[in-house]
Write a protein that binds this ligand. Structure first.
Ligand SMILES: [Fe+2]
Length: 380
């Protein structure tokens, strides 16, 4: 196929995906019923498609605070592997964290497709465009466990509207798992091969579409069909999807038919079922994408679960103690947020009602709890 034909095919795929995305009834403002639950039509759309886009959830001031801190953290990355200084010769961030703050990838590469990382869930390799000449050797693709270096991310994770979304879909005692930023720099951002997030519960006797929990995402910038997350609507209800066969039926192409881009504006938020087939292409566009992602499990789905398929094969058990530790971070985030935005009604997190004193935020936590809170997380 000539380069011209290929770029026409690609353009047609992106345009058709955008059209399909905008035809779905799964976007609009965050709306609630008098019971406090998310509006019924939103719940139904989420249950049908597996994701929902809440428009204009996070205000510009908060987004720009997150953006400023994020840019500082990226600037303060170690200038070399295992190095202690950033490119300006200042002490790099995250060097004393137990888990790496930064994850890098080669520009426009697919670091996960076809590998056994994260339980081998990324079965299919994505296309890897050639980076421009002079491109850096690596690009930051993920910042993980940022609460110790980004107060703004901690506060954002306690957005009261989004925690009400969490409560609606995982019950009032929802349990957090991890939090990170996905960064796709213009002309550099790596792809994330198609996958479903769940590992442990596919054969569970009481399996249901929400059993592996969900991701919440806030977009720092408008997303486009090239740089957005893509999803296969409704696949969260299908059990485990054979992605290798799906790609084979598609002539080996990573442009899965029926997939749609999750198109957002700056400040929009998304809920995405972790069982939904999702992924993203390499970002060879001029537009940056940065997404803050955090998520929750239903407590009864995660209690007692042991798993060793973490990104660095961390062995962990989610027992009562561990769950309490993780939940405490939600309450600390609520407190941090309330100090910054005292006029906003804070989310009332059921597991800590009446014992809020046990989970107060202080700057000290950045140097203690939030240096290592990623230790011992679980991948459900
Ligand atoms: Fe994922």
């Amino acid at each position: 196929m000539s380069n011209n034909e290929e770029s026409n095919n690609r353009r047609r795929y992106l345009e058709a995906g955008e059209k399909r995305a905008l035809a779905l009834q799964n976007r609009g403002p965050l709306r609630f019923e008098s019971s406090g639950q998310i509006a019924r039509d939103i719940r139904e759309a989420y249950e049908q498609y597996g994701f929902y886009i809440f428009e204009g959830v996070v205000n510009e001031q908060e987004i720009s605070e997150v953006e400023t801190q994020l840019n500082e953290v990226i600037e303060r990355a170690p200038a070399s592997k295992n190095g202690g200084l950033d490119i300006f010769g200042r002490p790099a961030l995250g060097v004393d964290h137990k888990r790496s703050l930064y994850i890098w990838a080669r520009p426009l590469s697919d670091p996960l497709g076809g590998t056994s990382i994260l339980g081998g869930r990324h079965a299919v390799r994505m296309e890897e465009p050639t980076p421009r000449s002079g491109a850096p050797k690596v690009t930051v693709c993920v910042l993980q466990y940022t609460f110790g270096v980004m107060d703004s991310a901690l506060r954002l994770s306690a957005h009261p509207g989004m925690l009400r979304v969490a409560e609606t879909f995982a019950g009032p005692d929802f349990v957090p798992y991890n939090d990170n930023f996905h960064v796709k720099e213009p002309g550099l951002g790596s792809s994330v091969a198609w996958h479903q997030d769940g590992i442990t519960h596919w054969e569970h006797p009481n399996w249901y579409p929400g059993i592996h929990g969900f991701n919440l995402m806030v977009q720092l910038y408008r997303t486009t069909p090239v740089n957005a997350l893509w999803a296969l609507p409704g696949t969260h209800r299908s059990g485990r999807v054979d992605l290798a066969s799906l790609a084979a039926q598609n002539g080996g192409s990573d442009r899965l038919p029926d997939a749609v881009p999750v198109l957002c504006e700056r400040g929009d938020a998304v809920i995405c079922n972790r069982q939904l087939v999702h992924g993203s292409f390499a970002n060879d566009s001029p537009d940056r994408r940065v997404t803050f992602i955090w998520g929750f499990f239903p407590r009864d789905a995660v209690l007692g679960v042991e798993n060793d398929e973490g990104i660095d094969y961390q062995h962990d058990l989610y027992d009562e103690v561990r769950i309490e530790e993780r939940m405490r971070i939600v309450q600390i985030a609520i407190d941090a947020r309330h100090r910054r935005w005292p006029e906003e009604a804070p989310y009332r997190y059921a597991p800590f009602l009446g014992r809020e004193e046990e989970a107060r935020w202080s700057p000290e936590l950045s140097r203690t709890l939030f240096r290592d809170y990623g230790e011992g997380r679980i991948i459900l």
